[in-house]
Design a protein around this ligand. Structure first.
Ligand code: 3PG
Ligand code: MG
Length: 399
């Protein structure tokens, strides 16, 4: 694709001998001091390697957890340094503060081929306030600003937003890949477009649903959210997770979808159980036959067959949220069967598929389909806000 981008990339910058302040998201999950998933580290490697190869000095700005402006040993990025160095395969040094003498000395001591990781930007309360003075202290450390933290792009923080206006700025490789994939899915997609939205609550995804009915040709609603819609249509959902107080809102979304020519797809049959536990005794029933004392925990096979038909005819699919309780046997079936249809269509070159969000990626990995989507975003909140049609402040600041 050769479409004009409103932001520069590393290719547009002269990096030789330059200190490149690179905002990354290495907010990786940890247990007992060990990194449990290195995906976010792996995804920033192309950027670091390209900066190093061009003779630049990568100096990394990042947050870790939510320390709320306090220095906290349990949220020190020093714990991530070694994992980053092993993945990168070249030296990564560490500075105990992201501004001031520690940072300056660390940068001055940096040799060609070395990367410097600066301590958690959120140890300073000014970071999350997008403070101009703090941003200036960060900017003073380098020559160029490169933002590769798409998954933190919904935050207008000093190291993601204000700093971009103080230095020559560009998007890193991961940021580029994320924005390009999302543009392909919702910006100028090949139709028909299917959106899959699942998860527990309609209340957290109102803006998302509102935006998608105007963009997608088919909107598949799953998980607890589907129950809210069913109840709003007068279908009894028994003891299922359901936001009964949102019935009016759900009806408004259905009306809006109708006007926009977007087909809302709700369960046609359901898998129900009386206990919320793995391998609970369960049965498949028509959607309007949920017993008063039972819960809907997944879709049924008739719904699955219809989803396969809709996805088979689609050219673009965007997914945020599972269809059922995929963490528990056998209630993952609806989600996993749909994922295998998406995987087959994508691998056959017939579908552009993009997914994002913590639960969604967990379900995809559990199903073994981690390599079968066109693109899987590293982002949770930023992916959602992008799907909602919102401007991401740090992307806007790059433009
Ligand atoms: C994430 O983990 O989703 C990002 O790193 C953003 O973190 P935050 O929600 O604490 O801003
Ligand atoms: Mg197809």
């Amino acid at each position: 694709m050769t479409a004009m981008k409103p932001w520069k990339t590393l290719d547009d910058m002269d990096l030789a001998g330059k200190t490149v302040l690179t905002r990354v998201d290495i907010n990786v999950p940890m247990e007992n001091g060990r990194i449990t998933d290195i995906t976010r580290i792996e995804r920033i490697l192309p950027t670091l390697r390209d900066i190093l190869a061009a003779g630049g000095k990568p100096v990394l700005l990042a947050h870790f957890g939510r320390p709320k402006g306090e220095v906290r040993a349990d949220m020190s990025l020093s714990m991530v340094r070694e994992g980053l160095e092993i993945a990168l395969g070249s030296p990564v040094k560490f500075a105990a503060n992201c501004i001031g003498v520690d940072a300056k000395h660390g940068i001055a001591a940096l040799e060609a081929g070395e990367t410097l990781l600066l301590e958690n930007t959120r140890f300073h309360p000014e970071e999350t306030k997008n403070d101009a003075m703090f941003a200036a202290s960060l900017a003073a450390l380098g020559d160029i600003y490169c933002n590769d933290a798409f998954s933190a792009a919904h935050r207008a923080h000093a190291s993601t937003e204000a700093i971009a206006r103080l230095l020559p700025s560009c998007a890193g490789r991961l940021m580029q890949a994320e924005l390009t994939a999302l543009e392909a899915a919702l910006g100028a997609p090949k139709r028909p477009v299917v959106a899959v939205v699942g998860g527990a609550k309609v209340s957290t995804k109102l803006d998302l649903l509102g935006n998608l009915v105007g963009k997608a040709d088919h909107l598949i609603i799953g998980g607890g959210m589907a129950n809210t819609f069913l109840a709003a249509k007068g279908v009894s959902v028994g003891k299922s997770l359901c936001e009964h107080d949102l019935a009016e809102t759900a009806r408004e979304i259905l009306t809006k979808a109708d006007a926009a020519g977007c087909e809302i797809i709700l369960p046609r049959d359901i898998t129900v159980a009386r206990e919320f536990k793995a391998n609970a005794e369960h049965s498949v029933l028509p959607v309007d036959a949920c017993p008063e004392d039972a819960m809907i925990l997944d879709i049924g096979p008739e719904t699955g067959a219809y989803l396969a038909q809709v996805i088979g005819a689609a050219n673009t699919l965007i997914m945020n949220g599972p269809l059922g309780v995929f963490e528990m046997e056998p209630f993952q079936k609806g989600t996993f069967d749909m994922l295998s249809v998406i995987a087959a269509q994508t691998n056959a070159g017939e579908l552009v598929s993009v997914a994002g969000g913590g639960d969604t990626v967990a379900a995809i990995n559990m199903a073994g389909n981690g390599d079968d989507f066109t693109y899987i975003s590293t982002a949770g909140g930023a992916f959602l806000e992008w799907m909602e049609g919102k401007t991401l402040p740090s992307v806007a600041a790059l433009s």
